[in-house]
Each structure stands twice: as structure tokens, then as C-alpha cells.
Write a protein that binds this ligand. Structure first.
Ligand code: GTP
Ligand code: MG
Length: 274
């Protein structure tokens, strides 16, 4: 038997803390999500890139059969956005690995891929163990089909454990999607996240064109009794690059049981300092 290590002798390493995050929220065909998505991909894209030149806003989920079965999508309904290092205000270095849980739509039938065999999105998206052999990091739509022309990074092999969730809520008005629909879906997702016992932060997106009534609905939603402790809200805009890092850091702080203060600045205040 190996001698037991004395706790005080274990040297604290300086390697950054690794945090695996799943980004979730209303997804599906147009009849589910309306004319455009709620902003999961744009949030991830903004978070992963190091230069604003690399920001793209077209991450449409309509795919051909061959793109769905290519190595990036890999017949899954989630994307691996890769990993990025960020430093929090108090100086902790974190490596974030990011998964976006979405629903890909077949561009010939306009139906979700693998429709029948799957669990419904609200259940599937809260998975805490992710696996997909040799799945490549997603970079942009033009990468699909020509993967060899782009940087190739694989999802770490074996089971990939999710440490916490960013649950996205779009506070802009989108044609073909009612606020009731989004509230209902997000409520169900939050309940399912609660049963995983993993931390969650509610991230509002598209605050650059927010609807005040929607913002208030989100505030009511997170303070409902069924969630016991109110869920923190971070108000973001991927377009304006406001509060995107703050959302991920706020989640990392909860995961790490950070004892200090997590600064969460409201959108309208953040945008002034921009
Ligand atoms: P699916 O994965 O298809 O469910 O969608 P998604 O949730 O990933 O949404 P996506 O990030 O693809 O965003 C959909 C559209 O919303 C984008 O093409 C943009 O037009 C718009 N959008 C996303 N982020 C912002 C934002 O910060 N501000 C504004 N004004 N529009 C945004
Ligand atoms: Mg997307």
C-alpha cells in the first residue's frame, strides 16, 4: 500500500483550473425558436476568440447531411467550441472548455436530425457526461466539409464532465417566437439543471436591443421559489462584447465556491465603460 500523503505536504500547483461548461437554451426548428436563434453560438464565438476580427454572427444550425456527419458535428447535437484561458479579476487563471447544446436541422427536410430516437432537447441538454469520439472543435460554418484547412483540435477523449451550465435567455424580440414559449422552455431547462446539482448562471443575450418587459420577466423567473436560491443573471451582448467573459467567470466562481465578491455589472452600466 502506498503511504497516505499528508494534506499539508501536497504542493499547490500553479496549473490553471479547468472548467467544463455547457451553454444551453431554447433550440430547435423555426417553429420552436422563431426566425433566428437565441444567441448561444455568438456568445461562445465571442468568448473563444482572441481578436474581434474573428467574430462571426452566422452559425446557422441548418445543415446538409454530409456536414451533420462530418467530424465537427460528428452526428451529435452539440458543438465543441474548444478551450480558452481567462484570468479573473482576483487573478485566478481558468481554462474553460465549452460545449454548445443545440439542435441541428436537416436543410432538405427542415426537421431535426435523428428526431425520433432522441430525448427531447430540454432533457438532453443537461447531460453532465459528454462523449464523442474524435470530434473536432468547431470554428465557423465555412470550416464544415473542409476541416483539414482549419486548426484541428479534438474533444478530449473519454467522458467529458460538465461542471456547470450557462442557460441563455434572449431578451430581444424575435419574429415567430413568443416570450411565453421561451419562458416555458427555460423554466423546464432550469428545473432539469437543478436535478443535476451543477451550478448555473442565467445569461441574457442581445442586450444591445433588449425589450424591457422581457428583462423583467427574466428577473421574475430566477427568483421563483422552486429554484430556492435565486439564480444569478449576467446581461450580455456578443455583438458589443459586453459581459461575455463575466458570465463564464461568474459560473467558475460558483463552481469554485469563491469566497470573494463576484462583480456582476448590469448591461447598461457596462456598456457605458465600453
Ligand atoms: P441555434 O444554435 O441555431 O439554436 O441558435 P443560437 O442560439 O446558437 O443563436 P446564434 O448565436 O446563432 O444567433 C442567432 C442570431 O442572433 C445571429 O445570427 C445574430 O443575428 C443574432 N445575435 C446573436 N447575438 C447577438 C447580439 O449580441 N446582439 C444582437 N443584436 N443580435 C445577436
Ligand atoms: Mg448555435
Amino acid at each position: 500500500r502506498l503511504p497516505r500523503l499528508e494534506k499539508q505536504n501536497v504542493k499547490k500547483t500553479d496549473t490553471p483550473r479547468c472548467i467544463n461548461v455547457a451553454v444551453v437554451g431554447l433550440s430547435g426548428a423555426e417553429k420552436e425558436k422563431g426566425a433566428v436563434g437565441i444567441g448561444k453560438s455568438c456568445l461562445c464565438n465571442r468568448f473563444m476568440i482572441s481578436s474581434s476580427d474573428d467574430f462571426e454572427d452566422d452559425h446557422n444550425s441548418l445543415l446538409s447531411n454530409s456536414d451533420f456527419s462530418g467530424r465537427v458535428v460528428n452526428n451529435d447535437n452539440f458543438l465543441y467550441w474548444g478551450e480558452v484561458m481567462k484570468t479573473s479579476e482576483e487573478g485566478t487563471e481558468y481554462i474553460f472548455r465549452v460545449i454548445e447544446q443545440t439542435e441541428f436541422i436537416d436543410d432538405s427536410t427542415f426537421q431535426p436530425f435523428n428526431g425520433v430516437k432522441m430525448d427531447p432537447y430540454i432533457k438532453r441538454c443537461v447531460a453532465t457526461k459528454i462523449e464523442s469520439a474524435e470530434k473536432l472543435m468547431y470554428i465557423c460554418r465555412s470550416q464544415l466539409g473542409v476541416e483539414e484547412k482549419f486548426e484541428q483540435k479534438v474533444l478530449p477523449p473519454g467522458k467529458f464532465n460538465i461542471d456547470g451550465f450557462l442557460c441563455v435567455f434572449d431578451v430581444s424580440v424575435v419574429p415567430g417566437r413568443s416570450i411565453e414559449k421561451q419562458l416555458e422552455t427555460v423554466t423546464n431547462i432550469l428545473k432539469n439543471i437543478k436535478s443535476t446539482t451543477k451550478p448555473v448562471v442565467l445569461v441574457t443575450t442581445k442586450n444591445d436591443k433588449l425589450n424591457e418587459a422581457y428583462v423583467q420577466e427574466v428577473q421574475k423567473l430566477v427568483s421563483r421559489n422552486e429554484f430556492k436560491k435565486a439564480i444569478p443573471i449576467v446581461e450580455t451582448s456578443a455583438y458589443m462584447n459586453v459581459n461575455v467573459d463575466a458570465a463564464f467567470i461568474a459560473l467558475a466562481h460558483i463552481i469554485d465556491r469563491f469566497k470573494g465578491r463576484t462583480k456582476i455589472v448590469p448591461y447598461l452600466e457596462s456598456v457605458k465603460n465600453y
